[in-house]
Ligand binder design. Structure first.
Ligand code: IMP
Length: 451
């Protein structure tokens, strides 16, 4: 009953999709257990690029069951768009299963997320504006709409009405704000009648239209809706390998990340049990994925951030722009204090280091091995107090860099000695074996290292 969890070890975008795709070779089922279409996985296969936001990366393997677990928040429009794209590319989605208990991102969640970010201005978290936070908030408030509700019009209508009720004021304010913006932009403000919740006859917020749209979504999704926890149990009980694929990453975890600059779910390994419906002892292996350097999108503390030419070169060489929002990612040196924290939180037993090729030609390589607080205290572990982290400065170990392009290396022995030493340093520091190394975007550009 091998249950393998794959999690991001940093602030996301570590290349989990590619590693999941590789590890999926030995699995029969791939399950996503949290997050929504704030995630973005890019997989390059034989030079062709595939981008996913919701559908598990394993979908490219036609014989494997891909599951969207109960812990995921699903925007049905986005999901149907991905299904259509895959079908157009000739990829079967017959093995896609969606938990009946997963919550739906509704149009008002997206609007509220966008409005919240605008209102907070400079202090904003920098969310992906996909409605993730408001959807999880409704789930906790027991005002959420679930996938199974798409199959019953009466229940759907009642639940949407109940969910809209406490949001009227916020949605009205949003309407006023939008009317003002349209006026300033010289558009016809009269087109938006007073009292309209969205500042215009916004069909996205009309109850009847919303119910009708969602019933249609339900018709289309029905063949995929299932009791996905039971599917996982059956596979695990039959001794099949199930991969639980996390989105986002450890330092964006709602409880253990750099709150409030985090996402609204738990991307750590322990959450796979809740988000898929399996027990802790079903998990037999935990893989952490880390880039050979560090990146972060959106606001929040990032001790090793580089705002210089080296950081700029990381952006360029690593194409560090978000799959979901296209935003430029902040880049910096590998932070081993944060990585060691992530290793322990997830109890990782294997690491994959991705994008090692990006470091070639960057000169001597630095890795943060401790922080120093504003008051001068040495911090060997990740500080629990956010204010300390905000003002902590990293102290680095400098390691020799390498000039060679390494995209064609396929074995550890092919790598320049400096690259091998760099990997060995990371592995020794966090005490976890590195078993996969990415040297380019294609799935073939991977080095497997036997533990
Ligand atoms: P949300 O998940 O859209 O609410 O955004 C909350 C924070 O998580 C923001 O800083 C986002 O930039 C970040 N975030 C969410 N999803 C991802 C991801 O897939 N990769 C990297 N950062 C993400």
């Amino acid at each position: 009953m091998p249950g393998v969890v794959i999690v991001g070890a940093q602030w996301g975008d570590e290349g989990k999709g590619k590693i999941t795709d590789l590890l999926a070779e030995r699995a029969t089922m791939i399950v996503r257990f949290q997050g929504g279409n704030n995630a973005g996985h890019t997989i390059v296969r034989e030079g062709k690029e595939y981008k996913f936001h919701l559908i598990p990366s394993g979908i490219l393997h036609s014989q494997k069951t891909c599951v969207i677990g109960n812990g995921v928040v699903v925007d049905p429009r986005v999901l149907l768009g991905e299904i259509d794209n895959l079908k157009r590319a000739g990829i079967s989605v017959a093995n896609l299963r969606i938990s009946a208990n997963a919550h739906l991102i509704m149009p008002y969640h997206v609007l509220l997320d966008q409005a919240g970010e605008t209102k907070l201005g400079k202090l904003s978290i920098g969310t992906t504006r996909r409605g993730i936070g408001p959807c999880y908030a409704d789930k906790a408030l027991r005002l959420g709409i679930r996938v199974q509700d798409l199959l019953d019009e009466k229940i759907l209508r009642t639940k949407i009405r109940a969910a809209l009720e406490p949001k009227q004021q916020a949605l009205r304010e949003l309407g006023v704000q939008r009317r003002k913006q349209r006026k300033e932009a010289g558009e016809d403000a009269k087109a938006a009648p007073e009292g309209s919740t969205a500042g215009g006859p916004d069909p996205r917020l009309d109850l009847h239209a919303m119910v009708e749209d969602h019933i249609n979504f339900g018709h289309r999704l029905e063949p995929h809706i299932a009791d996905t926890a039971k599917l996982c149990w059956d596979a695990l009980d039959d001794d099949e390998t199930v991969i639980f694929e996390g989105a986002q990453a450890t330092l964006l975890d709602l409880d253990h990340g750099t709150y409030p600059f985090v996402t609204s779910s738990n991307p750590i390994a322990g959450a796979a049990t809740v988000g898929a419906g399996v027990g802790p002892t079903d998990i037999t292996e935990v893989w952490g994925i880390a880039k050979a350097y560090a990146t972060r999108v959106g606001a929040g503390p990032f001790p090793t951030e580089l705002e210089d030419e080296t950081g700029e070169r990381m952006v360029e060489r690593g194409h560090e722009f978000g799959t979901t929002t296209g935003r430029r990612r902040r880049c910096g040196w590998m932070d081993l204090v944060a990585l060691r924290y992530a290793v322990r939180l997830n109890r990782m037993d294997s690491l994959a280091i991705t994008k090692l090729d990006v470091l070639s030609g960057l000169g001597p390589l630095r890795v943060a091995v401790r922080y120093r607080s504003k008051e001068g205290a040495v911090l060997d572990s990740f500080p629990y107090h956010q204010s300390i982290l905000h003002s902590a400065t990293p102290e680095y170990e400098e390691l020799p860099g390498f000039e060679e392009e390494i995209g064609d290396c396929r074995e550890e022995a092919d790598l320049p000695q400096a690259a091998r030493d760099y990997l060995a340093y990371i592995s020794d520091f966090v005490k976890v074996p590195i078993r996969l190394v990415g040297v380019g975007p294609d799935r073939e550009q991977t080095i497997r290292i036997d533990a």
